[in-house]
Design a protein around this ligand. Structure first.
Ligand SMILES: N[C@@H](CCC(=O)N[C@@H](CS)C(=O)NCC(=O)O)C(=O)O
Length: 209
């Protein structure tokens, strides 16, 4: 039986959340690392919208939204109970308003005052996460769950945009949550470096042994 194919990009936060759930579920896939400026024709044939991650199942079905890949993986196997830590409204706020402000903060012109307004709006969202984390160690319950893993790559991206600023924020519970998850064995497994996939390459099983 062929493995599901995952088209992915190591540093893409959407692909990261998909890989987190795939590994947590115990799924075994063939990993195809993509160069975003030169997407493989096979990926575009499966999903013409051209975003990663894309999961192509052995029966030809295509799942090309990161959250849908997470839910597909966890519906099959959820050994750590991640589905108990779901929060669709929080994930939608992350993917909507927070991502909007994050992009304009991260990629905005440093001389444009609007960039700091976007940073402030994104920081407000992070303060809401910190408030949750002050009375429980993860976003929905004590154990890490789907919402934690769906947001983690985006909070990381915010933190890495200006580490000094992030570390200076009065958000100790969020800072501890981020540090803990980034130091985990799971996170190290999903951030493995692999060369870009080319037609004819032997299959690369993921997670790597
Ligand atoms: N809603 C999609 C968004 C995925 C997305 O936008 N991925 C980015 C990379 S982080 C992408 O592939 N962009 C296309 C490009 O840069 O050409 C999902 O959740 O999977």
């Amino acid at each position: 039986m062929p493995l599901p194919l995952l088209y992915s990009f190591r540093r893409c936060p959407y692909a990261m959340r998909a890989r987190l759930a795939l590994v947590a579920s115990g799924a075994w896939v063939e990993l195809r690392e993509v160069v975003l400026r030169d997407k493989p024709a096979a990926m575009l044939a499966a999903s013409p919208k051209g975003t990663v991650p894309v999961l192509v199942l052995p029966d030809g079905a295509v799942i090309d939204e990161s959250l849908a890949i997470m839910r597909w993986a966890l519906a099959a196997r959820d050994p750590d109970g991640w589905l108990a830590g779901d929060d669709p409204a929080l994930i939608a706020a992350n993917d909507g308003a927070f991502k909007h402000h994050l992009d304009r903060y991260k990629y905005g012109d440093p001389g444009d005052p609007a960039r700091l307004e976007h940073r402030a709006a994104a920081t407000d969202f992070l303060a809401g996460l910190d408030a949750r984390l002050r009375h429980q160690s993860n976003l929905v319950c004590a154990q890490p769950g789907l919402a934690d893993m769906a947001l983690l790559p985006f909070v990381r991206q915010f933190a890495e945009t200006d580490r000094t600023y992030f570390d200076s924020l009065p958000l100790p519970a969020l800072q501890a949550w981020l540090a803990r998850h980034l130091a985990s064995a799971l996170f190290a497994r999903i951030m493995v470096r692999v060369p870009p996939w080319q037609w004819g390459d032997p299959p690369l099983g993921f997670p790597l042994a």
